[in-house]
Design a protein around this ligand. Structure first.
Ligand SMILES: Cc1cc2nc3c(=O)[nH]c(=O)nc-3n(C[C@H](O)[C@H](O)[C@H](O)COP(=O)(O)OP(=O)(O)OC[C@H]3O[C@@H](n4cnc5c(N)ncnc54)[C@H](O)[C@@H]3O)c2cc1C
Length: 496
């Protein structure tokens, strides 16, 4: 059978593949791109609305991005990295709105002030120190801090309703935090790609195998899930943006750079409230501190969500134990991913993380009543019947070989690229879709080095992301300029 040919094959139709597709098409409209998705619609896995929390992660409110150091000071490294990466996403989305490649921003991004809220003297001291450290830098200069019950009540009335005054509490706020409907954003980006010449989307098609050919191209076999028909596609460059499905495909590719990786799946659940009289009383994302022993992605938060013009509230996440790599995956995913190159690291992570496994199992077995009890810490007057359980997406945390031969469990995102730059894969899920643009740019930089050096690509990149090539945290004027533009184009600053 004659194979179809492409310059770029994007596996998966989530936030990552769609971002890379749009970036590449903007840089070179002549590229022939095929996107393959196993489900019958775009963005139905982790990227879809309720499958994630929709937080535009900018390190304004997430306390796990600013751990306390041994000497009592605050480690802000991760906060600056994530804030800079989110500024890149905001610039790219603003550009696409201006180009009318994306619609009116409220269709995919809305203002939801980003707040942190803590109680107990030790946590209050930590939050104050975090505020002092961060707000002294131009990047976080708009952060506000308060220990005053009345001020905090204005920021988050539900959180303060009937809260005993005997306990010390404190909060911070950045007004222009955001709630992003990554599912909608992705569907708009794929719709835009669909209007370009030389772009094809194959839904209900599953990538079964990929093999490097002697001519340097990848031969990818794609199965139509309806009629089981196999279509061979050859591509110069393949991106495995398959979310939880990226690890098995990376293993199938056989590239040396993918050896030794394993995955540790964690499922998620939310409590959701759609009652208008309650929803209307909360307009923020309020992040707290993770309970002791909980993994970093289990930081509890009470959030405003805005999807398709409808407001609702979300509380969670409640993590859970699973062996599936995708929400629509198979219970055999975990066991099938074990191979001779990763069995050592996987066994070592399993043995050294029994506490985490126990925590995840206990979270999965929680009753509605005990989940509502956790919510009561944030919303003292909560009524059990006003909230329902909703199942979120899966996150596959990365297991890596450590130099001592054992395994290491990581909670970040990692891009893996073959030595010749012909294949890239994205593993992990945090900080996730918020930093997709930065992650995909890192792939462009390594896989399209020669093209990127040309004036044409440099000019397009600068038009899309004016801060490209600069470290925003070191450039206060540029940051102010860039931020003023994105907050205005995306209509995120309520004071503008
Ligand atoms: C509970 C939870 C909360 C989160 N909260 C946030 C948040 O607040 N903010 C944030 O920025 N990020 C958040 N994230 C992370 C974010 O959702 C992900 O990082 C992002 O959606 C990943 O996008 P993706 O395109 O890599 O994967 P996905 O959206 O999972 O897309 C991968 C696609 O590949 C397809 N696929 C898989 N295998 C194959 C195959 N063999 N052939 C063809 N197609 C295949 C899948 O069907 C799927 O559509 C959260 C994630 C979870 C699970």
């Amino acid at each position: 059978m004659t194979a179809r040919t492409a310059d770029v094959l994007l596996v998966g139709a989530g936030a990552m593949s769609s971002t890379l597709g749009v970036l590449l098409k903007q840089l070179d409209p002549s590229l022939k791109i095929i996107m393959v998705e196993r489900l019958d619609h775009v963005a139905q896995e982790s990227t879809d609305g309720w499958n994630n929390a929709g937080t535009g992660h900018a390190a304004y409110c997430e306390l796990n991005y600013t751990p306390k150091k041994a000497d009592g000071s605050i480690d802000t490294t991760k906060a600056f990295t994530i804030n800079s990466a989110f500024e890149v996403s905001l610039q790219f989305w603003s550009y696409l709105v201006e180009q009318q490649a994306l619609p009116e921003p409220s269709n995919f991004i809305n203002t939801a002030p980003h707040c942190s809220f803590v109680w107990g003297q030790e946590n209050v001291d930590f939050l104050r120190k975090r505020y002092e450290t961060l707000s002294s830098h131009v990047m976080f200069k708009d952060m506000e801090y308060s220990e005053d019950a009345e001020v905090i009540r204005c920021w988050m009335p539900l959180v303060m309703q009937n809260r005993p005054a005997s306990q010390p509490f404190a909060a911070t706020r950045v007004r222009y935090g955001s709630d992003v409907n990554f599912g909608a954003l992705t569907r708009f980006m794929v719709e835009h790609l669909g209007k370009q010449p030389d772009f094809d989307l194959l839904v209900s098609h599953d990538v079964q195998s990929l093999t490097k050919q002697p001519d340097g191209r990848w031969l990818v076999n794609v199965k139509n899930k309806a009629d089981k028909h196999l279509t061979p596609i050859t591509a110069k460059f393949v991106f495995l943006g398959a979310g939880g499905g990226a690890l098995p495909l990376l293993q199938k590719s056989g590239i040396a750079e993918g050896k030794g990786y394993g995955g540790f799946p964690v499922s998620g659940q939310w409590l959701v409230c759609t009652k208008p009289e309650i929803v209307e009383q909360h307009a923020a994302k309020v992040y707290g501190k993770a309970p002791i022993g909980a993994p970093p992605m289990s930081v509890p938060h009470l959030d405003t969500r805005i999807m398709n013009g409808q407001k609702s509230l979300l509380f969670g996440p409640f993590a859970g134990f699973t062996t599936k790599f995708l929400k629509n995956g198979s219970y055999l995913d975990l066991i099938k991913s074990v191979n001779p190159s990763n069995i050592g690291p996987m066994m070592s992570v399993g043995a050294n993380n029994m506490d985490l496994t126990r925590y995840l199992i206990s979270e999965s077995l929680q009753s509605h009543e005990s989940r509502v009890k956790a919510l009561r810490n944030f919303f003292p007057d909560v009524q059990e019947d006003d909230w329902e359980l909703s199942i979120a997406g899966q996150r596959v945390q990365i297991i890596k070989k450590n130099p001592a031969g054992g395994g290491k469990l990581e909670f970040g995102t990692e891009v893996i690229i073959s030595a010749d730059g012909s294949l890239a894969a994205l593993l992990g899920a945090s900080p996730g879709a918020s930093t997709a643009v930065q992650a995909m740019l890192s792939i462009v930089e390594r896989c399209y080095k020669d093209q990127l050096a040309t004036d044409a690509w440099q000019q397009t990149l600068k038009a899309m992301i004016p801060s490209y090539g600069k470290v925003l945290s070191n450039e206060p004027e540029l940051l102010s300029e860039v931020r003023a533009r994105t907050l205005s184009v995306l209509k995120l600053d309520p004071t503008l």
